[in-house]
Design a protein around this ligand. Sequence first.
Ligand code: PBG
Length: 324
Amino acid sequence: MRIRPRRNRSSATIRDMVQETQVTLSSLITPIFLMPGKDTRERIASMPGIYRYSIDLMLVEIQACWDLGLRTFILFPAVPDEWKDSQATYSYNADNFYLDAIRQAKSQFPEICIITDVAMDPYSSDGHDGVVENGQILNDRTLPILAKMAVAQAEAGADIIGPSDMMDGRVGVIRDALDEAGFTDVAIMSYTAKYASAFYGPFRDALDSAPKFGDKKTYQMNPANGREAIIEGELDTQEGADYLMVKPALSYLDVIQTLKENFLLPIVAYNVSGEFSMVKAAAMQGWLDEEKIMMEVLTSIRRAGADLVITYFAKAVAELYARQ
Ligand code: PBG
C-alpha cells in the first residue's frame, strides 16, 4: 500500500496542520434579543442560557462578548403587543428602544459591528413580515415600510442592514433608500435563501412574533427547493446585496454550498434557534456532549462554505477558546 490516508491523522499536531476548516471567532456573529425597560433580563424557556436584555444589560453583555473576542452582533427586538399595529409604524419611530439600543451600542463600543433585522413581524399586529390585507401578504405595499425601517436603523448607527422578510425586490428598494439618505457605506446582508422552516419556533417564542394566522409559505422558500436559491442569489446580487445568507443552516448545507459555488459575495449561514435548542435539549438529558456537538455543527456549516455563521453558540465557543 503506497497510499495510506491515516499518515495525515497520526498525531494531534499533524491533524491540526492538515485541518481544512477552522471556526474562528471573526467568523461568528452573536445574536442579542432586546426588550424595553431597565436593569432587567428575561429567560427564554425554549432557548436555555439565552435572554432578552434591556439596553443597559445589553451593554454589559456586549462588553463580556467583546472581552472574549467577539466583535459582531445582530440585534432583535421583543416589542410589547400594545406597540404593534398593522403597518409596523413603531419600527421606524425615531425614539423606539431598538434604535436606541443601536445608538447606545455604537456610542459605547465604536469598534463593534452591528447588524440589524429588517422585517415587519416583530412590530406587526398580524405577526407577518409583510402588510396583510384580506389574508394576503402584500409585497409592494411592504417595500416602503422596509425602506423606512432600514434608513432609521442606518441613522441610529447600524453598520449592516439585515432584511429577513423575503419580499421580492426589497434589497434594491433598501439600497436606493439608504443611498438617497446618504448611507452609501451601510451594507446589506440579505436573507437570500430563507426557508419556511419549523426551526424558527423558539425564536418566535423569544420575540412573541409568531404569525397570528396561517404560515409564511407564500414568501419564505419551500424547504424542498435548492435550485430556487440561485434565483434569489442572482436577484440579491443585482439589487446590491453585500452578503448572501442561507437560513436555517444545518438542514440546508447543500444550499450553502450552492450559493458559495455560484456567487462571489461572502456567504452567511444562520444556525437558527431550533438548531440551538435541539442540541441544548439533548445535552441537558445527557444524551450528547454539548461542546463537541457545538463544534462539529459549526465546523460542518463552515465546511459547507459559510464564511460567517450567526449562532447562539458564539459566546460558548469564545469561552471554550479562552479556556484552551
Ligand atoms: C423575522 C426573523 C425570524 C428569524 C430571524 N428573523 C423568524 C421568522 O421568520 O419567523 C429566525 C431566527 C431563529 O430562529 O433563530 N423575520
